[in-house]
Design a binder for this molecule. Sequence first.
Ligand code: SAM
Ligand code: SF4
Length: 351
Amino acid sequence: MTTVEMGIPTVRSSVSLSGRPDVAHLVDRFGRVARDLRVSITEKCSLRCTYCMPEEGLPTIPAERLLNPGEIVRLVELAVTRLGVREVRFTGGEPLMRADLERIIAGCAEKVPGTPLAMTTNAVGLEHRVRRLADAGLSRINVSLDTVDRGHFASLTRRDRLPSVLAGIRAAVAIGMAPVKINAVLMPETLSGAADLLQWCLDEGVELRFIEQMPLDADHEWARENMVPADRLLSVLGKHFELEELGRDDRVAPAELWRVNGGPATVGIIASVTRSFCADCDRTRLTAEGTIRSCLFSDSEVDLRGAMRSGADDEQLAQLWRGAMWNKWVGNGIDTVDFAPPARSMGAIGG
Ligand code: SAM
Ligand code: SF4
């Protein structure tokens, strides 16, 4: 086995396939099948959310180590056509930081027509690009927005960009992008504004989902006793709204849903820490440097970029990918005594 030290996690260029059944898709030792691909395309970001990035941003990835548009399109195509991936989501860092985002999306849309192409974004500057992105083939959008209080937003993200984010969300709704979903990470400092955020989302016709904060911040300051659990959020929202528990949309959807004030609007909660859904996880991740990561919390990665640039054909790349997923951990281990946060933060993996 070759290991390459990149100053980040252990990167392997060969993987163990012992015991793996001879199937085309991305199955693991516990019977899970990965069908949802997250593609990080950059480490750069226009915000510095405290639960994700260090104040100075992530170390720059040299251009030659980043996947180029042709490489991204090739890997997305083989994931869909050979490995059974059914949805592709671009993330980062902030995907809008890449000037060639429209080209990447258009290239994927051409190669995998009919496969939903989604993006998770902070929406800074989205207003000016959403039409071109939709024309390129982007079909769904999730925007991260934790508060509609400008002061709280500025201190949480270390940037005073709330007006641009709200304009981006409204522009996405205005061009008919559907659904537009909002992701909000639950933090103690924004909990008091959770009801205002939900009311704003109801008024704007966008779906809100709260996410429990995971130990994936670059500063390694996460502490279980400081995080806001789903139950606490529900008791806060319950004082302002009538909530009816609906459960999950489908088995692999991490959000549990509540009908708000008799419906039709719902609010979701992704209780990644207190109600971990690892047993149903269907994700596979491609980092901006072209490594496969089977779990957010496992630092072991398999290098497809190196293999690709050394001349590997599509089936060889697919086999490396299958091997990476076969070795996926059973769970994130957050509750175990020897849990240690991964070397990469959320922004460096791709959320
Ligand atoms: N910049 C884009 C954005 O913010 O939507 C995409 C990348 S961001 C890393 C993807 C998602 O990860 C966002 O919804 C963000 O809120 C979430 N995230 C970041 N750090 C997190 C953490 N420590 N726990 C839970 N979610 C986190
Ligand atoms: Fe940037 Fe998204 Fe991380 Fe916030 S959550 S710092 S917007 S990558």
